[in-house]
Design a protein around this ligand. Structure first.
Ligand code: IPD
Ligand code: CA
Ligand code: CA
Length: 269
């Protein structure tokens, strides 16, 4: 499909731009209370949006830093020009550019590119998921007790976020829970089996559009954290895993939603 090939080219170009800023250690500004933004976010968005517009003038674009237009169009691109800005601003090498395409609300193509490790994750609906052109699959771990998970916490209104309860229960019940600081990479890592599951509250369409397609095309499962179908534009939370774990994780999350904690937090001495 020409859409995916074009998105790959654009992601490679934007990734090179990000890597260049990363080497030069750019300054950051604070967008919200703890929400950082850099010149690199803006320059990458400008590049991606300009390229998409010139290739596909009839398509809509929803981009994190506000560069989009016409989100109701039949084809709509979701662009996170720099996912993992906090990492980036601290010279922590875990970030990517993420570009996903939906047709009539259904994801049809997605690219997540990590320019530091030169890893290009791609997926097309019905055609599988790939890492640097090699087919990838989710892990085969069957039990939560043996899984490695990941989750994240928002920069905005973080004092309203209840995820720490889910995080603690899952950390107690599994091999561990990572926090990479990049939701798109978390999803890409579930797709290629480096992680067995990922969940988070309050993600935006550009964080998850490409990554959720990677997971489903790699044989995994995506829903919201209560088990309802996940919508890139409307869901309040997301659970993505290798499919085998889905039922067990939903059961554990259901208990937390009902305030039943298997392992209470130990008191501070
Ligand atoms: C953030 C990252 C982070 C997640 C936050 C996102 P940004 O995106 O994906 O891992 O925990 O919820 O907002 O701001 O770096 O593009
Ligand atoms: Ca993001
Ligand atoms: Ca971003």
């Amino acid at each position: 499909m020409p859409y995916l090939e074009t998105a790959v080219e654009i992601a490679r170009e934007a990734g090179a731009l990000l890597a260049n800023y990363f080497e030069r250690r750019v300054a950051f500004e604070v967008k919200g209370e703890f929400d950082l933004v850099t010149e690199a976010d803006r320059a990458s968005e400008k590049l991606v949006v300009e390229r998409l517009r010139s290739h596909f003038p009839s398509h809509g674009i929803v981009a994190e830093e506000g560069g989009g237009h016409d989100p109701q169009a039949e084809y709509c691109w979701y662009v996170d020009p720099l996912d993992g800005t906090t990492n980036f601003a601290h010279s922590f090498p875990a970030f990517n550019v993420s570009i996903g395409l939906a047709r009539a609300g259904q994801m049809v193509a997605g690219v997540v590119y990590d320019p530091i490790h030169q890893e290009m994750f791609t997926a097309e609906r019905g055609a599988g998921a790939y890492l640097n052109n090699r087919r990838i699959h989710v892990s085969q771990i069957k039990r939560m007790a043996e899984c490695l998970g990941s989750s994240g916490f928002p920069a905005r209104k973080r004092d309203h976020n209840v995820n720490i309860h889910f995080y603690y229960q899952m950390a107690m019940a599994s091999h561990g829970v990572r926090r990479t600081g990049s939701a798109a990479l978390d999803l890409a890592f579930v797709a290629c089996g480096r992680l067995d599951l990922f969940w988070e509250f309050g993600l935006k369409p550009w964080d998850v559009a490409a990554g959720t397609l990677l997971v489903t095309e790699a044989g995994g499962r995506v829903s919201d954290m209560r088990g309802a179908p996940h919508s890139v534009t409307q869901s309040d939370h997301l659970l993505a895993d290798n499919g085998s774990l889905h039922g067990e994780v939903l059961e554990a999350f259901g208990e937390v939603f009902h305030g039943r904690l298997r392992v209470p937090l130990p008191p501070v001495p």
